[in-house]
Design a protein around this ligand. Structure first.
Ligand SMILES: Cc1cc2nc3c(=O)[nH]c(=O)nc-3n(C[C@H](O)[C@H](O)[C@H](O)COP(=O)(O)O)c2cc1C
Length: 126
């Protein structure tokens, strides 16, 4: 059994390319160890993150996320059991404006002119 969790939050600090690069590469490294996969969206001054993995790992990460001073107004949007991963290939894919791309970022997807990424809806689909 796996769990999938979706939340939204607002950064408490200005995130530039390098801060995002560090956040993402740290997350990808830790997630790989915890068998977590998912997607992080950063547009319009908001994070939306979908994570999936073993319930114990999800609970641990969710506790960490809620304590992280780099963001606030953390709102849980969905948490449910699931059988199958939606992001099996990405320890944390990342969709944002192409201007934030740093060479070497893995799992990077530029958003389109409407701030949309093809990965956004994957988390919600039945
Ligand atoms: C928007 C946002 C997304 C994050 N995503 C992850 C993540 O996917 N995986 C992760 O391990 N940490 C993530 N973090 C960092 C965690 O909040 C926390 O700093 C980290 O898990 C602490 O790990 P440590 O206890 O090993 O220091 C994220 C932080 C922010 C602000």
């Amino acid at each position: 059994m796996l769990e999938r969790l979706l939340y939204q939050s607002t950064p408490t600090q200005e995130f530039g390319s390098l801060a995002l690069f560090k956040l993402l590469t740290d997350a990808q490294h830790k997630n790989a160890q915890m068998q977590i996969t998912g997607h992080l969206l950063f547009v319009n001054g908001q994070f939306t993150q979908c994570m999936e993995g073993p319930p114990g790992s999800i609970e641990l990460l969710w506790q960490n996320i809620q304590r992280d001073p780099r963001h606030q107004h953390i709102q849980l949007l969905m948490r449910r059991a699931t059988e199958k991963r939606r992001f099996p290939e990405w320890s944390m894919a990342f969709s944002t404006y192409s201007a934030f791309y740093v060479h070497g970022m893995r799992g990077f997807f530029p958003v389109d002119a409407n701030d949309q990424s093809p990965l956004i809806d994957l988390c919600h689909e039945a």
